[in-house]
Design a protein around this ligand. Structure first.
Ligand code: CAA
Length: 258
């Protein structure tokens, strides 16, 4: 597929995906979401890719779903084409880790896309918001559910009902983002985190990711029980023997995914 709305770069075992519609502050239109789905399909199928970073520009991660494309759609159209569900949620089905590196605006669907990733590293100029209420609609790509789980009811209500934006510091304090870094260091920090993940045992990484995500859907006792079983299961892989032997022998581990 020839990509027109994304720039994809390969850095060793990490794929860096840049959302690239500068004329629309990276508004997420159908073409961009189709291309993102295709790129994530490819990275999932490629065993040499171990981690994905999604970013935008310094000015905008993404300013939401494309309002100009969406404005004239009828109910019949959005229902029949399964708008959002059809091509927005591929990132939530990735087994490999996906890091969002957010600078500038992450609004509406942009904030929702970032929240679909495994964690968010924000530049100090990042602004998060769910302003859909200003348009006579509501968040439609998971914002009412994910923001509430990450930031709590009061913050989610405040953001979604008033449409205000929060800055990077507030986003970090409320648990929406994992860390805030100067804008100039955003990509290097995200790529460093991704490279660290990419060098680990892919089995441990995938299982850890699966369990953290499951914590949102599972009662604590069940989640801990599943964690224990999967912890035990990792002893079936060579990587567990290698990781622990490397520690004892005071050398770097060489993980093979076996
Ligand atoms: N869709 C389409 N185009 C958009 C866009 C969007 N979400 N956001 C910005 N653009 C376009 C603008 O129309 C403008 O294009 P033109 O020059 O052709 O007019 C260009 O990007 C630059 O934007 P502005 O001139 O508005 O830039 P600004 O610096 O003055 O303001 C902004 C920046 C505050 C982010 C403002 O653009 C804005 O409020 N954008 C819309 C944010 C929004 O409402 N997002 C939610 C969308 S709905 C949604 O996402 C539904 C869902 O849950 C799935």
């Amino acid at each position: 597929m020839t990509l027109q709305t994304l720039i994809v770069e390969r850095h060793d075992a990490v794929t860096l995906v840049r959302l690239n519609r500068p004329e629309a502050l990276n508004a997420l239109n159908g073409q961009l979401m189709d291309e993102l789905t295709a790129v994530l399909d490819e990275t999932e199928a490629d065993p040499t890719v171990r981690c994905v970073v999604i970013t935008g520009s310094d000015r905008a991660f993404a300013a939401g779903a494309d309002i100009k494309e969406m404005a004239s759609k009828s109910y019949a159209e959005v229902f029949t084409e399964d708008f959002i569900t059809r091509n927005w949620e591929r990132v939530t089905r990735c087994r490999k880790p996906v890091v969002a590196a957010v600078a500038g605006y992450a609004l509406g669907g942009g904030c929702e896309l970032a929240m679909m990733c495994d964690f968010i590293i924000a530049a100090d100029n990042a602004k998060f918001g769910q302003p859909e209420i200003n348009l006579g609609v509501i968040p439609g790509a998971g914002g009412t559910q994910r923001l509430t789980r990450f930031a709590g009811k009061s913050k989610a209500m405040d953001m979604i009902l008033t449409a205000r934006m929060m800055d990077a510091g507030e986003a970090e304090r409320c648990g929406l983002v994992s860390r805030v870094v100067p804008l100039a260091e955003l990509i290097s920090t995200a790529m460093e985190a991704a490279a660290k993940i990419a060098a680990l045992s892919p089995n441990s990484v995938m299982i850890a990711k699966e369990l953290v995500n499951a914590a949102y859907e599972t009662p604590l006792s069940q989640g801990v029980k599943t964690e224990r079983r999967l912890f035990h299961s990792l002893f079936a892989f060579d990587d567990q023997k290698e990781g622990m032997a490397a520690f004892v022998e005071k050398r770097p581990a060489k993980f093979t995914g076996k």
